[in-house]
Design a protein around this ligand. Structure first.
Ligand SMILES: NC(=O)c1ccc[n+]([C@@H]2O[C@H](COP(=O)([O-])OP(=O)(O)OC[C@H]3O[C@@H](n4cnc5c(N)ncnc54)[C@H](O)[C@@H]3O)[C@@H](O)[C@H]2O)c1
Length: 302
C-alpha cells in the first residue's frame, strides 16, 4: 500500500517510514521542512490544500501526524495551533476524501481527556479509559478533539474508515527520565510505530471503521493500588517488580511523585491485536545491565 505520512520529519515520522517499508508498504513523506530520505518525499505545508493534494496522488492510506503538540504550548499561539492542527487536518481529510483513500490514522493524544483526568476525590487515581468524556483543558487538546470529530464526520459522509491513536508522551528524553516516564503515561516510540502499523492493517482489511485507542506503556496498576500510588509509589512498584525500588535507590532515585492516573490498554489489544512491549519491566532490565547508569536529576521523579 502507498502510505502518506504527514509531518514525516518528526520523531514519529522518522521511525515510521523505515518500518512501513519493512512491512512492504511504500511510504510517501510530506513535511514543511526539507528531508534527506531514501523514500518518496513531497515538500509541502498541510495548511495549504494544494500541497496535500499533490502528496495524496495514488495514496491508499494516510497517517496524519503534522501538528503542534504539548511541548509547543509555551511558545506558539492558539491561532497557530488552530491553523496547523485544525486547518491542516481539514485539508488532509478533504484531499483524502477526493482521492478516495481506504483509511486514515489520526495521531491524537492523551490531552483529549483534559478535565476527565482530574480525580473526583483526594484518594482517587484515575483510570483513563477511552469511553471517558473528552473535556480538553488546553488548545492542543481542543484541536485534537476537533480532529477526532472530523474523523467521525468523514467516516459518516464519505465512508472512509479512521483510527485515532491517543498517544502518551514519546518526545525523546534521557535514559532515566524516559524509563520513569513509562509509569506516568509515557510510551516508547517503537510502540507508537507498532500501534500505527496495527491501525494500518485494520483499516486496509476494513476490519475497523472507527476507533479511538490509548497508546501508552502497559502498567499493572488497578483501582486497588490507589492509596499506595498516591502515598508511596515506590512500594507499589516493588510489589509488582520485586527489587525495583532498591535498584532505583542505588542509582539515585529515592522518591517518586504520586501516580495520579494510568491508561488501561485493553481496548487496542482487543480491537487491533496490539500490545506495547517496551514497558517499565524492559527498562528495569536495561538498567540492571548498565551498572554505570546513574540518575542525573534529583528526586522526586519524573
Ligand atoms: N511526541 C509526543 O510525545 C506526542 C504525544 C502525543 C501525541 N503526539 C502526536 O503525534 C504526532 C507526531 O508527533 P511527533 O513528536 O513526531 O511530532 P514532531 O514535532 O517531532 O514532528 C512534527 C513534524 O511536522 C512537521 N510540520 C510542522 N508544520 C508542518 C506543516 N505546516 N506542514 C507539514 N508538516 C509540518 C515538522 O516539520 C515536523 O517534522 C503529532 O500529531 C502529535 O500531536 C505526539
Amino acid at each position: 500500500m502507498r502510505v502518506l505520512v504527514t509531518g514525516a520529519g518528526g520523531t514519529l515520522g522518522q521511525a515510521l517510514a523505515p518500518a512501513l517499508a519493512l512491512e512492504g508498504h511504500e511510504p510517501v513523506l510530506l513535511d514543511v521542512r526539507t528531508l534527506e530520505t531514501p523514500y518518496r518525499f513531497v515538500e509541502g505545508d498541510v495548511r495549504q490544500l494544494q500541497d496535500v493534494r499533490r502528496a495524496m496522488q495514488g495514496v491508499d492510506l494516510v497517517v496524519h501526524g503534522a501538528a503542534l503538540h504539548g511541548i509547543h504550548l509555551r511558545d506558539h499561539t492558539s491561532q497557530e495551533f488552530h491553523e496547523l492542527n485544525v486547518t491542516g487536518t481539514f485539508n488532509t481529510w478533504e484531499a483524502a476524501a477526493e482521492a478516495g483513500v481506504r483509511g486514515l490514522v489520526f495521531c491524537s493524544t492523551m490531552g483529549v481527556y483534559g478535565e476527565s483526568r482530574l480525580p473526583s476525590g483526594e484518594d482517587e487515581v484515575v483510570a483513563l479509559r477511552e469511553d471517558l468524556p473528552l473535556l480538553p483543558a488546553d488548545i492542543y487538546g481542543l484541536t485534537k478533539t476537533v480532529g477526532e470529530e472530523m474523523c467521525r464526520y468523514y467516516g459518516r459522509r464519505h465512508g472512509i474508515g479512521s483510527i485515532a491513536l491517543r498517544y502518551g508522551m514519546f518526545v525523546p528524553e534521557p535514559f532515566f527520565r524516559y524509563g520513569i516516564r513509562l509509569l506516568y503515561g509515557g510510551v516508547d516510540t517503537a510502540d507508537v510505530v507498532g500501534s500505527v502499523l496495527a491501525a494500518i492493517d485494520a483499516l486496509a482489511a476494513r476490519r475497523v471503521n472507527w476507533g479511538a485507542f490509548n497508546v501508552h506503556s502497559v502498567v499493572p496498576f488497578t483501582e486497588e493500588d490507589a492509596a499506595g500510588l498516591l502515598s508511596d509509589p515506590l512500594a507499589v512498584i516493588d510489589r509488582y517488580w520485586p527489587g525495583a525500588s532498591q535498584l532505583l535507590w542505588q542509582r539515585g532515585v529515592e522518591r517518586l511523585e504520586p501516580i495520579r492516573e494510568y491508561y488501561p490498554m485493553g481496548s487496542i489489544q482487543h480491537r487491533l491485536g496490539f500490545r506495547p512491549s517496551r514497558n517499565f519491566d524492559q527498562w528495569l532490565k536495561k538498567l540492571e545491565s548498565q551498572p554505570e547508569a546513574l540518575a542525573d536529576k534529583p528526586s522526586p521523579w519524573p
